[in-house]
Design a protein around this ligand. Structure first.
Ligand code: BG6
Length: 366
């Protein structure tokens, strides 16, 4: 049942190219000129009237929501807020009649996320669920559903659900942009071409597994680690840190790279391992200066950048190179080595990878 893999988590990490491909199937025109989300039965004119979006989720799905916010705002111009479900349901959020609420949940059964969904419905909002389980409560109770076709995710630590949630959010952002006339045909085509290439990018990133396994053996001895990045890289850093904490039990903190010097830098001392993501071309120089701030204090830095970048290696101790895609799509490429790092560190520490302590796959109580 684990298909020859020692753990479900490793199997699911390796299933990501297929999961991404399946989630794209039938949603992009063959000539890569349009997004078609025929499952969305939105009333005539609704897409043009949406004036804000609230994304609500827990855990890994919340991290996907953070990427979703950046991408939807950038492409469609619609203002987006992202909330942790257990916060949203109690905070009396300001909604307009044309606020679209998007809940993201792999299982579709997370109690806090469902409560937020129900509260939004009670207030008369239209709710879209992005979920991996077709018959789940979220799928049944939402007005519309975008299914992520990741297939069953057994390991508690979420991997392929996250990457397919990102794919769903990219498609949705492009759909908004297309329907609201916010994107030129050329730009739409360029991004869709990038999205179409993501399964192959994911396959190539998986080839780094043996290298990551070697890095993870050192990492497994750490007690405190930091993940830094800017922009979308920061959202991925949060997810990478969560993976490491969930299954290896190594303390990890994700920081917006520019925020370190506002306090946290005191915790970077000799030998502290730092993972630095430098995938956002427009922010590259700024990130490198932040890397220098931590190396100056003795940090041991594992950097991540695109294949072909000759620069980063000069500022860090080790580098992971991932195949090129658009910086907008970098989270899909960047998260996979971080999933592998967490996995191999947990294995090296002898942990029960698929069933980590104190965690449940789906939390159906508050
Ligand atoms: C947590 C799981 O309890 O729920 C996480 O341990 C998960 O892995 C989170 O990301 C949210 O779950 P779901 O099913 O709502 O996406």
């Amino acid at each position: 049942e684990r298909g020859g893999y020692p753990h479900f988590m490793l199997k699911e990490i390796h299933e990501q190219p297929k999961a991404i491909r399946d989630t794209l199937l039938g949603r992009v025109s063959p000539d890569l000129s349009r997004v078609t989300l025929s499952e969305l039965k939105w009333p005539e004119g609704f897409v043009k009237e949406i004036d804000r979006i609230h994304i609500v989720a827990c855990g890994t799905a919340w991290h996907a929501g953070l990427v979703g916010k950046a991408v939807i705002e950038q492409l469609s111009g619609i203002p987006v807020e992202v909330d942790i479900a257990s916060e949203y349901r109690y905070r009396d959020p300001i909604q307009t009649p044309n606020t679209l609420v998007i809940v993201i949940s792999q299982s579709g059964e997370t109690a806090d996320t469902l409560a937020a969904l129900r509260e939004a419905k009670r207030r008369g909002r239209r709710v879209l669920a992005i979920t991996n389980v077709v018959g789940s409560s979220a799928a049944r109770e939402a007005d519309d559903v975008l299914v992520t076709w990741a297939g069953p995710e057994i390991a508690v630590a979420s991997t392929k659900a996250y990457t397919t949630q990102l794919v769903a959010l990219y498609l949705l952002a492009l759909y908004f942009a297309q329907e609201r006339g916010r994107v030129s045909q050329d730009e739409l085509h360029a991004i869709l071409k990038g999205i179409d290439g993501l399964p192959q990018v994911a396959e190539q990133v998986l080839d780094t597994a043996p290298q990551i396994e070697r890095f993870a053996k050192d990492w497994a001895h750490a007690s405190d680690t930091f993940f830094i990045g800017r922009g979308l890289d920061f959202s991925v850093a949060l997810e990478g840190a969560l993976k490491l904490k969930e299954i290896s039990y190594i303390h990890a903190e994700a920081y917006a790279a520019g925020e370190l010097k506002h306090g946290t830098l005191a915790l970077i001392t000799d030998g502290v391992p730092v993972i630095a993501l430098a995938m956002q071309d427009a922010l590259y120089e700024k990130t490198v200066s932040n890397i220098k701030e931590v190396t100056a204090r003795g940090a041991f830095v594992l950097g991540m950048t695109w294949v072909g970048d000759e620069e980063l290696q000069k500022s860090v101790d080790q580098v992971i190179y991932v195949p090129h895609t658009l910086p907008l799509l970098a989270p899909i490429a960047a998260v996979i080595p971080l999933q592998l790092l967490a996995y191999y560190a947990a294995v090296a520490r002898g942990n029960d990878v698929d069933k980590p302590r104190n965690l449940a796959k789906s939390v159906t109580v508050e």
